[in-house]
Design a protein. Structure first.
Lengths: 112, 114
């Protein structure tokens, strides 16, 4: 009930391409869905977040698409760059709090 | 404004010893969260604290693990009688309040039990 399932586990994208990472959740009470970016040896950093009252949120090259009925949300990285190579985690929480349930992560590699 | 500071960055303990992990939140932040990240896995919530109070410890193992956030000083995650399975990266995050507010993560403490 508390799980967040994330796919794919790893992803290789050419520079300039679109990276797409998908997550699905079970608990319909979740109301806050952030995405985190983590570089090796560093802590996760908030990238972008969405609440279920909107279906899409865009910040620069990063877009979250949210499908409440399907209980799915995804991260799209447009014009992917080598500097985007990192591990990306989706997460969900109740009441917007920071007791987060994380997905298992996607290792993204952007090749030249 | 310094970020969330965790120390030590790396900690090696022998089985049966105690591990103490420290987390100094960002200035003005009174909410602290601890997470554990096992190799090749996502982060797992352990405990949520406010100054002098444990708000939610539903993710803490029942034995050997404890956490505190005193009125003065850093938050401490304490692991007694460590076992090999405790080897992981431990991250803390802090926020200025609860609810819809961003939490900032530290760089983590990597605990290795030998």
């Amino acid at each position: 009930q508390q799980q967040v399932k994330q796919s794919p586990q790893s992803l290789i994208v050419q520079k300039g391409g679109i990276s797409i990472i998908n997550c699905a959740y079970e608990n319909t009470a979740f109301d806050y869905f952030p995405w985190y970016q983590q570089f090796p040896g560093k802590g996760p950093a908030l990238l972008i977040a969405i609440r279920p009252d909107v279906s899409e949120k865009k910040e620069g090259r990063f877009t979250i698409s949210f499908n409440k009925s399907a209980k799915q949300f995804s991260l799209h990285i447009m014009d992917s760059q080598p500097g985007d190579s990192a591990t990306y985690f989706c997460a969900a929480s109740l009441g917007g709090g920071n007791k987060l349930t994380f997905g298992t992560g996607t290792q993204l590699k952007v090749e030249l | 404004n310094a970020g969330v500071m965790q120390n030590p960055r790396h900690l090696v303990r022998r089985r049966g010893q105690e591990a103490r992990l420290r987390c100094s939140p960002m200035k003005g932040h009174s909410h602290v969260y601890w997470y554990r990240q096992l190799p090749e896995e996502g982060l797992k919530f352990m405990v949520y604290l406010q100054k002098e109070n444990i708000i939610d410890e539903s993710g803490m193992p029942k034995e050997r693990f404890s956490a505190e956030f005193p009125k003065e000083g850093p938050s401490i995650l304490r692991i007694q009688q460590v076992v090999r399975g405790d080897s992981a990266a431990y991250f803390c995050a802090s926020s200025p309040r609860g609810g819809f507010t961003e939490a900032f993560f530290g760089q983590g403490t990597r605990l290795t039990v030998v």
